[in-house]
Design a protein around this ligand. Structure first.
Ligand SMILES: *[C@@H]1O[C@H](CO)[C@@H](O)[C@H](O)[C@H]1NC(C)=O
Ligand SMILES: *[C@@H]1O[C@H](CO)[C@@H](O)[C@H](O)[C@H]1NC(C)=O
Ligand SMILES: *[C@@H]1O[C@H](CO)[C@@H](O)[C@H](O)[C@H]1NC(C)=O
Ligand SMILES: [Zn+2]
Length: 370
């Protein structure tokens, strides 16, 4: 297990090439897809109460599923459902439904791919009445939906080219993308170990007991948990001036890569929010913060490497009725979506398929032209 992780980190850490400036420039802004003043696009339909077992949550579920079916039909969609009582359910079991959405290389056997895993919870908190949870976590869900769409075309091209060459079978080659939209993150009454994280506890439990079929490959992942190369959890994003520290030493290298994508996009003036503040400033891991209780905990306890993208301090609107669309900083929301997309493209080594480099004197582009 330890050996496997070390191997994986070295494999991925050294494999990828930074995106070129032109590639960073080509990452589109979500634009009107994130408009909140009508019920269209990616974000607006999620800005409703989405409490487990309520009609609002069913609307949110349909929006998530319909988006992938319509925009990203090659991604597989599966549910992992459970039912659990809560301190406010009077002994009745509430349904909790996690969505697992994957894009795998076409050649992989079950259990063969490793997944860059983007995670956000899509349920909303029971109280205060009418709570929307725009940063918590409607906007993070929307960011992931947008980033998936940006990445999809390049993934297709990469998988096509590799399949044509008969490649595949190494960690770098068998990279896929996985999205987890988790249910029941919020407590119904007071946050405790049993009143919170209903969906993530259920999914991590399910996966630890779901051994992959035996494989011919010399490396193999015992369960879907070990297929997660990085569990990147987005939460409480969308307010002005976020500052996200690096929480874990074992994934600080990934934090640095993420932060570098942000600073490069800023120095190219590609972002809409003020360049005077970085979302990911903790390059040298000097900000001292302990871990925060969130959906990654049941996974961390089972050895999954986590990058927790949650600001410190929390947004001012946290768990109040002000956490709605009107209080989002749309420039920040859109910038997060593009930075996440940039990080994903780099992780997936998409420079391999990028051919949009302008020739620059003496630069990388010039070499390509010869
Ligand atoms: C939704 O609102 C945005 C921003 O105001 C606008 O640009 C877009 O055209 C609207 N979409 C529809 C379908 O009305
Ligand atoms: C899981 O729950 C979702 C949401 O309610 C539902 O659409 C889906 O059919 C359920 N899947 C299974 C396998 O029960
Ligand atoms: C990180 O450390 C390096 C080398 O010690 C230093 O040059 C740099 O300014 C530091 N960066 C930040 C953001 O603190
Ligand atoms: Zn919350």
């Amino acid at each position: 297990m330890l050996w496997l992780h070390v191997f994986l980190l070295i494999g991925l850490g050294s494999a990828y090439k930074p995106l070129s400036d032109s590639f960073l420039r080509a990452i589109p802004s979500p634009g009107d897809e994130f408009a909140i003043d009508n019920n269209t696009g990616i974000l607006a339909p999620l800005l409703i109460p989405r409490v487990p077992g309520t009609p609002g949550q069913a609307v949110a579920q349909r929006h998530l599923v319909d988006y992938f079916k319509r925009e990203l039909p090659k991604w597989t969609i599966t549910w992992q459902n459970s039912s659990q009582t809560t301190p406010t359910s009077n002994g009745k079991k509430l349904p909790f439904a996690n969505l697992i959405i994957r894009r795998e290389p076409p050649w992989v056997q079950p259990g063969q791919a490793n997944f860059l895993t983007l995670v956000a919870h899509y349920d909303s908190k029971l109280t205060p009445d009418g709570f929307i949870g725009a940063t918590d976590s409607a906007a993070p869900c929307a960011m992931i939906m947008w980033a998936a769409k940006v990445v999809d075309g390049y993934a297709q091209q990469m998988y096509d080219e590799m399949a044509a060459l008969g490649e595949g079978g190494s960690v770098e080659m068998d990279m896929g993308i996985q999205i987890l939209f988790l249910d029941g993150e919020e407590a119904f009454k007071t946050w405790t170990d049993t009143d919170s994280l209903y969906g993530s506890r259920s999914l991590s439990n399910f996966w630890v007991n779901s051994p992959n079929p035996p494989s011919q490959k010399f490396y193999k992942y015992k369960t879907p948990l070990s297929q997660i190369s990085l569990f990147m959890l987005l939460d409480l994003l969308g307010s002005s001036s976020p500052s996200v520290p690096s929480y874990y030493t074992t994934t600080h290298w990934a934090y640095r890569a993420f932060s570098t994508v942000e600073s490069r996009m800023r120095s190219l003036n590609l972002l809409e929010s003020s360049n005077s503040m970085q979302f990911l400033p903790d390059l040298n891991k000097t900000m001292a913060y302990g871990g925060i209780s969130d959906d990654h905990l049941p996974f961390i306890l089972r050895g999954v490497e986590t990058l927790h993208v949650i600001p410190q301090p929390f947004p001012r609107v946290w768990h109040t009725s002000d956490d709605d669309g009107a209080h989002l900083d749309m420039k920040v929301v859109k910038d997060w979506a593009r930075i996440v997309a940039g990080f994903m493209l780099e992780w997936l080594d998409m420079m391999e398929v990028w051919n949009g480099d302008e020739p620059e004197a003496g630069g990388e582009g010039a070499k390509i032209m010869t």
